[in-house]
Design a binder for this molecule. Structure first.
Ligand code: ATP
Length: 354
């Protein structure tokens, strides 16, 4: 096993820069997820680590070796792709054994490694089947098995769950996480799905437009996003964002675009006199008979919780309550805000002030 370092890595396709100076330190054994919207450059970064794409500037290290000029086969990594890339004319066992056969491992060694990987992944009874005789989840497991048998220093995953239906995705998420807990192989995983990132990663790298916006543990990003981009990207339903300014007479009061006053527990001095965004996660509002009245626009009960869209502060605001709510659209409910969990962002720079 080995850590991975990206040091001021840059990449341009022709004159078009897509990776604009990225620094990421990945510890030995860590599960790191690169996440960001489509086109932000996360797959390019992974492909550069795999050696499938060259680097325009900077350095990539695996362990203490600079791998910039090393061909993929000499990097001691194994990659699992979105489309699994299984050989259709080979059995599960042969698909898993293929790379070991290429490097000249003995039959005994191959059988042993394939047997162990099949056991870990629950594929033992499927070893004689062909890919077309497998479900999507089983195919994904074979693709992982092919990576495991090589016992590489680093696993790379490129959106491995995006071809699976929602239920299977949730199940495979847990399987991959368990696999990592068992093997403890350094893992770099790319997805555009922030829930996948939140639930699986030791550390998340949030990317946007070729740069790293923030790196941190999932709940640290959730509780302390560096800026508006991260705040809006991490969390589902998303953080509510309300435009306005602090009341010059009373900095504990935020005046929204529609004139409504919202509470601020610890107003920072940097927020005074500036255009701000009031960031309010959906769970930090409560039904409160002494609170302010809002009109319900949409109500979505899931059984476990109730999600509501209400209108105040000049925008639609999503709230999530653990209790069941009987109000209908058009009716009023009364809310209070947990001011201790409110964020303020500088509207111009996007930087979080509290
Ligand atoms: P997605 O989630 O859609 O896969 P991504 O974050 O993985 O997106 P990349 O595939 O890394 O994004 O692409 C980053 C940018 O680089 C995009 O603007 C893309 O169009 C561009 N790009 C990727 N590969 C090439 C290429 N071979 N030639 C030119 N431009 C490319």
């Amino acid at each position: 096993m080995a850590g991975v370092d990206f040091v001021d890595v840059r990449k341009s396709f022709g004159a078009f820069p897509v990776i604009k100076g990225v620094n990421i330190e990945i510890e030995d054994g860590e599960f790191v997820i690169l996440v960001g919207p489509s086109g932000c450059g996360k797959s390019t970064l992974l492909r550069m680590l795999a050696g499938l794409e060259n680097i325009s500037a900077g350095e990539i290290r695996i362990g203490d070796k600079v791998v910039n000029a090393l061909p993929p086969k000499d990097r001691d990594i194994a990659m699992v792709f979105q489309n699994y890339a299984l050989y259709p004319h080979m059995t599960v066992a042969d698909n898993m054994a293929f790379s070991l056969m290429l490097n000249g491992s003995s039959k005994a060694e191959i059988d042993k490694r394939v047997g162990i990987a099949a056991g870990i992944l629950g594929l033992t009874k499927l070893l004689d089947r062909y890919p077309r005789q497998l479900s999507g989840g089983q195919r994904q497991r074979v693709a992982m098995g092919r990576a495991i048998v090589r016992d590489p220093q680093v696993f790379l995953f490129d959106e491995p769950l995006s071809n699976l239906d929602a239920k299977l995705r949730v199940a495979m998420r847990a399987e991959i996480k368990e696999l990592h807990q068992r093997l403890k192989t350094t893992t770099v995983y790319v997805t555009h799905d922030q829930i996948e990132a939140m639930t699986m990663a030791d550390k998340i790298v949030v990317m946007h437009d070729g740069i790293v916006e923030q790196i941190g543990a999932p709940l640290d990003l959730y509780d302390s996003p560096a800026n508006l981009f991260v705040a809006g990207f991490i969390g589902s339903p998303a953080m509510n964002m309300i435009k306005g300014r602090l009341d010059p007479q009373n900095p504990n009061s935020f005046i929204a675009a529609d004139g409504m006053a919202l509470p601020v527990a610890r107003p920072p001095s940097a927020a005074r006199g500036r255009d701000l965004i009031y960031g309010l996660r959906p769970e930090y509002m409560a039904l409160d008979p002494n609170g302010f009245a809002v009109t319900v626009a949409v109500i979505e009960p899931t059984g476990y919780e109730t999600q509501l869209i209400v209108r105040f502060g000049g925008t639609d605001v999503t709230c999530v309550f653990r209790e069941r709510v009987t109000a209908r659209p058009g009716e009023a409910i009364h809310l209070s805000i947990d001011a201790d969990h409110v964020h303020l962002f500088d509207a111009e720079t996007g930087v979080r002030l509290i």
